[in-house]
Design a protein around this ligand. Structure first.
Ligand SMILES: Nc1nc2c(c(=O)[nH]1)N[C@H]1C(S)=C(S)[C@@H](COP(=O)(O)O)O[C@H]1N2
Ligand SMILES: [Mo]
Length: 231
């Protein structure tokens, strides 16, 4: 058993909560006038869930630290939204053919970011579809209009600008090469940093990426891309 106090192994605390991600210096994607979460995968048919309906579901608030696989941690964040499990039971489950056994969940962001996690990890009671951070609506830097937050997994599972969720009956094929292969669970207290290499061994390599990715990500902070032309 791990004692979940202090920081997980190999993590270092940073001041505040930096913008960080594969978006690098690109500004946040424009939020559509009527944002939806597209639900797909093993559903009987795809469902478009309007975000305007999210406030109708029971709300959850959590306090949690946020841990990026590169090695930085932001502490004491307060997230508010709907727990993934609540959303799943209210919206996803009723749209599944009877008897479907879901094993994996794929989340997608408006910028094309994508994460795959086991349904077990997604259903943990501290996984949220978060709309508020520290009492304010999410801004573009941290994932407006809604993001996944999974505090016990590395940050790349916490998809910003969430626009799609696919539920699957088997693990999808891995699209990353061996070098960047994510760990299928990515649990921070187990230091599951990498799919093939033990976490402590990749620490120095990942840590070297923090400064450049932070600097680039900061360049696009506070900005939003021009909206896509109407279709
Ligand atoms: N849509 C989207 N979500 C994303 C990313 C991204 O590039 N795009 N980067 C991930 C990574 S690697 C981290 S550490 C966190 C950083 O979240 P923050 O920018 O709110 O600090 O977002 C994750 N979610
Ligand atoms: Mo990250």
């Amino acid at each position: 058993m791990h004692e979940e106090r202090g920081l997980p192994p190999g993590q270092r605390q940073v001041e505040g909560f930096p913008r960080f991600g594969a978006h690098l210096a690109r500004p946040a994607p424009a939020v559509p006038a009527h944002p939806v979460i597209e639900l797909g995968g093993a559903l009987s048919e795809p469902v478009e869930f309007p975000l305007s309906q999210l406030p109708g579901l029971p709300r959850t608030e959590i306090a949690a630290d946020f841990h990026c696989v590169a090695g930085w941690s932001a502490t004491g964040l307060r997230w508010e939204g709907v727990s993934f499990a609540t959303f799943y039971r209210a919206v996803v489950e009723p749209a599944l053919p009877p008897g479907t056994a879901i094993t994996h969940v794929v989340c997608r962001g408006l910028d094309g970011w994508r994460s795959v996690q086991t349904v077990e990890d997604a259903m943990a009671d501290d996984v949220l579809l978060a709309e508020h951070l520290d009492g304010r609506p999410l801004d573009g830097d941290h994932g407006a209009p809604v993001r996944l937050v999974s505090p016990r997994q590395y940050g790349h599972f916490s998809v910003k600008h969430l626009c799609g969720i696919d539920v699957l009956t088997a693990a999808p094929a891995c699209t990353e090469g061996p070098l960047l292969r994510p760990h299928p669970r990515g649990r921070v207290w187990e230091e599951e940093r990498h799919g093939l290499v033990p976490g402590r061994l990749v620490r120095p390599v990942y840590r070297a990426l923090i400064a450049p990715i932070r600097a680039l990500s900061a360049r696009g902070a506070g900005r939003t891309a021009a909206p896509a032309p109407p279709r």
